[in-house]
Design a protein around this ligand. Structure first.
Ligand code: IPM
Ligand code: MG
Length: 353
């Protein structure tokens, strides 16, 4: 039986991960594949419990697991710790790096019944169907960083090796081949040397994919184009920080950051987590949207276990629940039937039947 390591983490992570587990168990109820769920500590919860955001036991369990489901990390309680010890850097970024999860896939697809939930006009968002491939273990978030004195200063460095760029860009092309065959590589090549290098490597990789239409876009323009005419995008591939920023922005095309799931992959190894954070302001109130985490569970079935039909069953069930007018508060409009976190999880389980 495949082992799934569940790392709820902090804040709403504790509330949303059980809903995803519930849905995964329900969809596999009559299936020959069953998942065995194990639990571990990460982030602030791990700091409180064992003094370290990524305990050795968690890393060992993650290395041994067939897949990992993660909630979210961080919160005001740990914000004053030195950066390397914080839940974000010492927990989340550390586990991504340790497992080599270089490819972060974030699908952004408009569901027709959520068109109204977007802050953008219907005609802008109604045809959105794109996927962002974010490089996840290099670039600005992992380069050398530090402080200087006289003058007081601080620095972060953005470094990419040829190999790091190649593997994510290749995955970008492969993803595009299976979709509408359009790849947009986002960079800042008018200013950054690392971006000029990224472009150079991308053009080299492109020679192997003549069927894919490759474009390059500066990241500032990409941000603008994503809200101006998002349907122009099919697959976007980009550097770690650019991808972090653009996917938060793109989440609003789907109506809420609570809808954007993600898979972080390294070959067959996968970690699945919502793209949103731990939302300390709404934690513990049973009002967080569990759908991004449930959708991340669907991605797990798809990418780690090859269970495409079951992944789609979850996606269809979510659509059915939304179709019936049920919403968590982040998506709700007057007249919608508002559900709490647990109740939304239950509704998805019901809809699977
Ligand atoms: C994300 C999050 C994380 C990131 C934070 C919590 C460190 O924003 O997954 O997008 O920057 O990668
Ligand atoms: Mg982010």
């Amino acid at each position: 039986m495949p082992n799934v390591l569940v790392l709820p983490g902090d804040g709403i992570g504790v509330e949303i991960t059980p809903e995803a587990v519930k849905v995964l168990e329900a969809v596999l109820k009559d299936h020959s594949t069953k998942l065995n769920f194990e639990y571990g500590l990460i982030g602030g919860a791990a700091i409180d419990e064992v003094g370290k955001a990524l305990p050795d036991a968690t890393l060992a369990a993650a290395q041994a697991a067939d897949a990992i489901l993660l909630g979210s990390v961080g919160g005001p309680k740990w914000d004053t710790l030195p950066a390397p010890q914080r839940p974000e850097l010492g927990g989340l970024l550390a586990i991504r790096k340790a497992l080599g999860l270089f490819a972060n896939i974030r699908p952004v697809k408009m569901l027709p019944m959520l068109v109204e939930a977007s802050t953008l006009r219907t005609e802008v968002v109604k045809n959105v169907d794109l996927v962002v491939l974010r490089e996840l273990t290099g670039g600005l978030y992992f380069g050398e960083k530090g402080r200087g004195t006289n003058p007081r200063s601080a620095f972060d460095t953005l470094v990419y090796t040829e190999e790091e760029i190649k593997r994510i860009v290749e995955l970008g092309f492969q993803t595009a081949v299976k979709r509408r065959k359009k790849l947009c590589s986002v960079d800042k090549a008018n200013v950054l040397e690392s971006s000029r290098f990224w472009r150079e490597i991308t053009l080299e990789v492109a020679k192997n994919y003549p069927e894919v239409e490759l474009t390059h876009m500066y990241v500032d323009n990409a941000a603008m184009q994503l809200v101006r005419l998002p349907e122009q995008f099919d697959v976007i591939v980009t550097e770690n920080m650019f991808g972090d920023i653009l996917t938060d922005l793109a989440s609003m095309l789907m109506g809420s950051i609570g809808m954007i799931s993600s898979a972080s992959l390294n070959g067959s190894k996968g970690l699945y987590e919502p793209a949103h954070g731990s939302a300390p302001d709404i934690a513990g109130k049973n009002i967080a949207n569990p759908l991004a985490t449930i959708l991340s569970g669907a991605l797990m079935l798809r990418y780690s276990f090859g269970l495409e039909d079951e992944a789609q069953k979850i996606e269809r069930a979510i659509e059915r629940v939304l179709q019936e007018g049920y919403r968590t508060p982040d998506l709700a409009k007057p007249g919608d039937k508002v559900l709490g976190t647990r109740e939304m999880g239950n509704a998805v389980v019901e809809a699977l039947k």
